[in-house]
Ligand binder design. Structure first.
Ligand code: DAH
Length: 337
């Protein structure tokens, strides 16, 4: 039996040392329930009583040897596998990678982000409003009477009698006033909708950026200061602004604002169509009725508001002459910006 044990030991060690992958089979073959060493240990009952402890001790040593060899080889194999995988996965950082085409920010988004950044730097907070609005927020509370032409079915996408796709970002003014008491200093960029047929300068969906400032003692001077600073930051330090009287239901007085053409500096060129000026926004002092509708006392507070078309600014800045190009998502067009 001693010899048998020695044979098992030798064979097991040999097999273990030459093993290249898993040691599991070898472990089962010798030490498993039906393994060779286990069989011997089971057969020990048939031995003489004085032989039993001797053989038992040898069997235990053999088991220990085999277990040690398994552990040692196991560690070696693990290390080998690691080395191999490290070699296989070696990264060549100088290798030219396969590059999938990389997109970039759309001119509308870029313009919107730049405008937002300028106002945020001046202390404005960005708020958003829903694109499906109430007729009340979009018209009534903005002092647009029931007979105002923009309320016509021809001009506006109604969802129900009392809800619509907002025609302007101005209803966010009402939402902001109802939510907080002054001081209020917010901007709100977003999509707006009008029932227009698409052409070079019209689209049924476009983007605006609304602004609202309300506090004690706000004047037209603040409006002019903020918008002139915006224009200089957006279009260049030489930019001049021109405030033309206008009419909006929600402001009194109201003004449309032009900036001197940043291409020709005001002399007149193709971009400004010879005018020297480009209209970029509508603005004015918030009408007392609008303040009241927003829950703010017009005898205590005053404010100004403005709204500008984002596409318009993106187009003049990038020299785009047809609005539709910006929505077609033709990569050849978009790649230019
Ligand atoms: N909502 C106006 C429009 O869509 C733009 C506008 C004009 C917004 C004057 C204002 C404002 O806040 O004060 O044409």
């Amino acid at each position: 039996m001693k010899e048998q044990l020695e044979q098992i030991r030798q064979k097991a060690i040999e097999e273990i040392e030459s093993a290249q992958t898993s040691l599991d089979d070898i472990r089962v073959k010798y030490l498993g329930k039906k393994g060779q060493l286990t069989a011997i240990l089971r057969g020990m009952g048939a031995l003489d009583a004085d032989e039993r402890p001797v053989i038992g001790a040898i069997a235990n040593t053999v088991r220990e040897h085999i277990e040690n060899a398994l552990a040692e080889r196991g560690a070696e194999l693990k290390e080998l596998a690691l080395k191999k995988s490290l070699e296989l996965e070696k990264l060549d950082v100088t290798y030219d990678g396969a590059c999938s085409p990389c997109g970039h920010v759309h001119p509308i988004t870029r313009t919107m982000e730049r405008m937002t950044e300028i106002f945020v730097d001046m202390g404005f907070t960005v708020v958003e409003g829903p694109e499906v609005e109430t007729v009340r927020n979009n018209f009534d509370d903005l002092n647009a009477p029931a007979d105002h032409p923009s309320r016509d079915l021809q001009d506006t996408f109604y969802i129900t009698e009392s809800t619509l796709l907002r025609t302007q970002t101005s209803p966010v003014q009402i939402r902001a006033m109802r939510e907080t008491q002054p001081p209020i200093r917010i901007i709100s960029p977003g999509r707006v909708y009008r029932s227009d047929v698409a052409d070079a300068t019209h689209s049924p969906m476009f983007h605006q950026l609304e602004g609202l400032v309300i506090d004690k003692g706000i004047t037209m001077g603040d409006l002019k200061g903020i918008l002139s600073l915006f224009a200089k930051t957006m279009f260049g330090p030489e930019t001049k602004t021109r405030f033309r009287p206008h009419n909006f239901p929600f402001t009194e007085p109201s003004a449309e604002v032009d900036v001197s053409c940043f291409v020709c500096g005001g002399k007149g060129c193709r971009v400004c169509k010879g005018e020297g000026w480009m209209e970029i926004l509508g603005s004015g002092m918030v009408h007392p009725n609008v303040l009241r509708a927003g829950g703010i006392d017009p005898d205590v507070y005053s404010g100004f508001a403005f709204g500008m078309g984002i596409e318009r600014v993106a187009m003049v800045m990038s020299g785009i002459d047809d609005l539709r190009l910006m929505y077609e998502n033709d990569a050849r067009f978009l790649r230019q910006f």
